[in-house]
Design a protein around this ligand. Structure first.
Ligand code: ZN
Length: 318
């Protein structure tokens, strides 16, 4: 497997590319000044409503209606989108490209609910790898959830809302805007409308993200790493004072060891678009967890208590 992407100094490389991207954005003539886009939006449930429950990739018209609907909803809107929903919202062409060209994703670094991954690149690409960031929006809820770390990891990858970004041009010029409007962008929020003749304002995932969303849900190795991160962060909460979240880096050898013999099959289910975003926590569980954290006074515990209270309030509204 000599042509696998390297996970080594993926972080430095990703940061470097982010700076380059910002610089080119500053000089860009392909992006309009912010217009009607503003505020914070939610994702899949709103999107399904906007789409009238129809199963098809999102279009510029959908986005306009979507923006209006979520603007009305305001801050009550929940952020993020699940991996399955992201796949369900992607254009068939990007799914096909991922199947044909992008075989692997490898996790390089994990910290406090944020993952850095690298994927291989397509045959036409000038880059030999791409960098993807995935953030678990409800990570603190996963820490507070009762149960084993592996169960929390399973919930995070399969059911919890995510934010994500890729450093490829497709994401940069088109999908970052869509993700910003949809409320699932990680990193820089792009409210400038792409000023191109025929902007492809459709889909959620580039081919690299299609691969990552697939592997994220299926890889036992990645899940195990996430469980380790959850375990460490739970311990950190129980022992206040250790303020810095632990960083997990993955060596090239370990990353290659996690790879399957053949690229994982990419499956896109249209019905995934209606997947519920709310975590499956009962009111009783939330009450127990709240009671546990209510007596603690360190900032992390208080943040978790607040998140739990918000979760309880949100479920009560439904
Ligand atoms: Zn990409």
């Amino acid at each position: 497997m000599a042509d696998l992407p390297r996970v080594g100094n993926a972080i430095q490389a990703a940061n470097r590319r982010r700076l380059q991207e910002l610089e080119s954005r500053r000089q860009a003539r392909t992006i309009l000044a912010p217009t009607e886009v503003a505020g914070k939006y939610s994702a899949a449930r709103m999107l399904t409503t906007t789409l009238g429950g129809q199963v098809r990739p999102i279009t510029p018209q959908d986005l306009a209606a979507f923006r209006k609907a979520v603007a009305d909803l305001g801050k009550k809107a929940q952020q993020g989108i699940t991996a399955a929903e992201a796949l369900g919202l992607s254009r068939p062409a990007d799914v096909q490209r991922a199947r044909a060209e992008i075989r692997y994703s490898m996790v390089a670094r994990l910290q406090a609910g944020k993952l850095q991954l690298v994927t291989d690149s397509g045959p036409q690409s000038r880059m030999n790898r791409h960098h993807v960031t995935v953030e678990f929006v409800q990570y603190s809820a996963a820490l507070a959830r009762p149960g084993k770390p592996l169960g929390a990891a399973m919930w995070l990858v399969k059911e919890s809302p995510l934010k994500f970004e890729c450093d490829c041009e497709h994401f940069r010029f088109f999908l970052r805007y869509v993700a910003s409007a949809g409320g699932w962008v990680a990193g820089r929020v792009e409210h400038g409308y792409p000023k191109l003749k025929n902007p492809m304002l459709a889909g959620a995932c580039c081919k690299h993200l299609v691969r990552v969303m697939t592997d994220l849900q299926q890889s036992g190795g990645i899940r195990q790493r996430i469980a380790s991160m959850v375990e460490a962060d739970r311990l950190r909460i129980d022992a206040p004072g250790k303020a810095r979240p632990k960083v997990f880096t993955v060596s090239q050898q370990e990353a290659e060891g996690m790879l399957p013999k053949r690229a994982r099959t990419i499956r896109v289910q249209p019905h995934q678009r209606r997947a519920t975003l709310a975590p499956k926590a009962s009111q009783q569980d939330i009450a127990v967890a709240l009671a546990t954290f209510a007596s603690k006074t360190d900032p992390n515990s208080r943040a978790i208590a607040r998140a739990l209270a918000a979760l309880a309030a949100q479920q009560a509204r439904q």
